[in-house]
Design a protein around this ligand. Structure first.
Ligand code: DQA
Length: 144
């Protein structure tokens, strides 16, 4: 089976972007980590885009292919109703969609305290660095 690991805007800059908040690992490092921790037979399809429409299309693809999703919506978390509606399509189709964040948005600026995605996600993991993805993957591979 394949797990989609989808990443929103600016996450392509991981490693150099605010390392005090997001750590110094790159997205490529994250991919290596997840592949290493994925059980036998579980493929990791990790992608990143700065484009809201592309992210929406990838969620449609998840529905069409029946794949579970680990989603870091990045700043779209806080305001994208288009992404929320697309995420709802995934969970309403009976597929897992885990919202993840590297940082803990609740301990940061006020505007990060709201997630328009959480209400339609299966669950949320936040504040554990790259381990947020690992914890989500562990759940997905056991529950799926
Ligand atoms: C983030 C938190 C968001 O508030 C922020 O816009 C990001 C990354 C995280 O992984 O901690 O880009 O989703």
């Amino acid at each position: 089976s394949t797990v989609l690991v989808l990443n929103g805007p600016n996450l392509g800059r991981l490693g150099s972007r605010e390392p005090e908040v997001y750590g110094d690992g790159s997205l490529a490092d994250l991919e290596v980590l997840l592949r290493a921790s994925a059980p036998e037979g579980v493929e990791i399809d990790l992608r990143q885009t700065d484009d809201e429409a592309e992210l929406v299309h990838w969620l449609h693809e998840a529905v069409d292919t029946g794949r579970p999703v680990i989603l870091n919506p990045a700043a779209f978390t806080h305001y994208s109703y288009a992404l929320r509606d697309a995420a709802a399509l995934v969970t309403k189709a009976g597929l897992l969609l885990i919202e993840v964040h590297i940082s803990n948005p609740h301990s940061r600026e006020e505007f990060r305290h709201t997630s328009v995605i959480s209400g339609v996600a299966t669950g949320v993991v936040a504040g554990f660095g790259f381990d947020s993805y690992g914890l989500a993957l562990d759940y997905v591979t056991r529950a799926d």
